[in-house]
Design a protein around this ligand. Structure first.
Ligand SMILES: Cc1cc2nc3c(=O)[nH]c(=O)nc-3n(C[C@H](O)[C@H](O)[C@H](O)COP(=O)(O)OP(=O)(O)OC[C@H]3O[C@@H](n4cnc5c(N)ncnc54)[C@H](O)[C@@H]3O)c2cc1C
Length: 299
């Protein structure tokens, strides 16, 4: 363990963490990135709403560009999972179980882990755009297709109604099997959405999502949006007593500081719109706040 504490330890190297690292390095701060290597962005086949990329950009290419920019300012990165974070009078001690790091401040950019349905070849289905995980991101690309939403009935109908902007053929698949309820059927019908029961099996067939039901019916979807929620990676924050919301997302103030002084949280781990541009905006605000609140680093 080095005796000189880091100005800031950034946990997570997705778009949020990598951007915060670049900002802080350009403020001539002593930072370290610790990353477990599972950014959601790696799953993006091509993003078409990412500012500055009019012809789209793949998630891995985008991450490589963010990382190159941080590396250009000398940001060091360790590939590891931080498992413990403790607070003391001078800041924080982080550990991955073997090594320890001291830091005056910490930025958590640990994201979320999507809950995905049991579908063989899920990686292939996401890469092909047959399974999509973010309607705000890419419903435009699914326009005029046969779209399904898999979620508990109430949520499935709500998401399906959102998708009616993009297609006339939207099916809500009630993962809780609640498709017979007359009130739900009315709600679905009012929204112009077909309500189906829980699928028995899902399979990727000829680039489409084939849905099999217990009563023998089948449904072919061009695109399936599972809306099954996500595991917010907020364990380090909650262990320090930081306030979380009902979904487990970290609650922050306007400067992206948590309820624990010196601990910031940015990107998907914070309750907001889970988007790259939001993650990057959070990073800019948090990094600038961290820099301003640390003692001046005159040259
Ligand atoms: C299929 C798909 C398509 C998408 N398309 C778009 C799109 O077109 N446009 C758009 O704006 N957004 C899109 N998104 C959303 C976008 O990917 C996320 O909003 C973005 O990646 C969030 O960035 P982040 O840095 O907060 O988290 P992430 O990118 O998820 O990065 C979090 C990082 O933290 C690491 N980590 C977690 N815990 C620890 C720990 N304890 N120690 C060390 N490291 C840790 C993880 O391994 C990961 O590398 C899409 C998402 C998916 C899944």
């Amino acid at each position: 363990m080095s005796n000189t504490p880091l100005d800031c330890l950034i946990v997570g190297a997705g778009p949020a963490g990598l951007t915060a690292a670049t900002y802080l390095a350009r403020f001539r701060r002593h930072v370290l990135l610790a990353d477990a290597g599972a950014s959601r962005a790696r799953w993006i086949p091509a993003s078409h709403n990412c500012p500055g990329f009019p012809f789209g950009v793949g998630g891995n290419e985008l991450l490589a560009r963010f990382r190159l920019q941080a590396q250009a300012y000398g940001v060091p990165e360790v590939h590891t999972r931080i498992t413990q974070l403790a607070r003391h009078a001078d800041g924080f001690t982080a550990s991955d179980g073997e090594r320890h790091w001291q830091a005056r401040t910490v930025i958590l950019a640990t994201g979320v882990i999507d809950r995905v349905p049991a579908l063989e070849d899920i990686d292939e289905a996401i890469a092909a755009g047959t399974v999509r995980l973010c309607a705000v991101c890419d419903a435009y690309e699914a326009r005029d297709e046969v779209i399904g939403v898999l979620a508990p009935a109430q949520a499935a109908i709500g998401h399906a109604a959102f998708l009616r902007t993009f297609s006339r053929q939207v099916c809500a698949l009630a993962s809780d099997g609640d498709a017979a309820d007359p009130a739900l059927r009315r709600r679905a019908s009012d929204a112009g959405v077909q309500l189906w029961p829980a699928p028995q099996r899902l399979a990727l067939v000829d680039g489409a999502c084939q849905v099999y039901f217990a009563d023998g019916r089948r449904l072919r979807l061009d695109t399936l949006y599972p809306a099954l929620g996500a595991e917010v990676q907020s364990g380090l924050a909650s262990a320090l007593g930081a306030t979380l919301d009902a979904e487990g997302a970290v609650v922050v103030d306007d400067h992206l500081q948590t309820s624990v002084p010196g601990l910031h949280a940015i990107g998907d781990v914070v309750s907001s719109l889970n988007q790259i541009s939001v993650a990057v905006g959070h990073a800019a605000i948090a990094a600038t706040t961290v820099h301003r609140r640390l003692p001046r680093n005159y040259c």
